[in-house]
Write a protein that binds this ligand. Sequence first.
Ligand code: ATP
Length: 241
Amino acid sequence: MLELDNITVRFGGLTAVDNVSLRAGSDDVLGLVGPNGAGKTTLFNAISGLVRPAGGAIRFGGTNVVRAPMFRRARLGIGRTFQIPQPLHGLTVRENLVVAQRFGAAGWTGTVDERRIAEVLEFTGLADKAERDAATGLALTELKALEVAKALATNPRLLLLDEVLAGLETAAKRRFMEMLKDLHARFGVGIVIIEHDIETIATLCRRVAVLNFGRLIADGTPDAVFRDPEVMRSYVGGGHG
Ligand SMILES: Nc1ncnc2c1ncn2[C@@H]1O[C@H](COP(=O)(O)OP(=O)(O)OP(=O)(O)O)[C@@H](O)[C@H]1O
């Protein structure tokens, strides 16, 4: 479904993503890991249309989207969340999902899909908070759930999750992980998740890809990848950060 061929992203003299080729489909729960500054978020930005790669191709469902604007990629089925939750100020939780659909719902017909919104609110545990102000009325776990809900409301085929578990305490993290597992099964959506905690990745993901200094240095099962000497070295000595 998602095919990245030789993607490179530069910021001035810095190569943040270096010639990365990667595949992800609706069957995948793929962990994207690597030290601070390895290029993980930049790769998500390239896939979702926030930054333009200096070179390479991005195909989604066979369509080359490398020049397509963000909303068009979203409407093809690429959903994403942001590391820092970005609720729309002055709108309720429910209204945030409506805006998300208007922007990027896959197969957008001009009509808000109320049924989908109700289903997503229920699934993410936000149903009883639907009329709260999204920016001021939610706790951190709920803000993270809203990030996932906004993306899910657009009916994505592939969901890019950027550190959605970061900052949650242990019990909340465990509940959130259960939700992510259910999400994959129930909505039939592929997941690529950026996450620093290796144990979380090993629990959640069947496949792991590792970036270091922008380069893809491993792609395989968690077992194989976390035993790879180059991966271990990258965690000790790697990263721009
Ligand atoms: N807009 C930008 N302009 C200039 N440099 C940038 C920009 N965005 C990212 N970078 C740089 O690109 C490199 C990769 O950053 P990126 O945020 O993609 O890493 P990351 O793997 O997501 O890191 P972390 O795990 O800390 O979130 C870093 O050196 C970062 O400082």
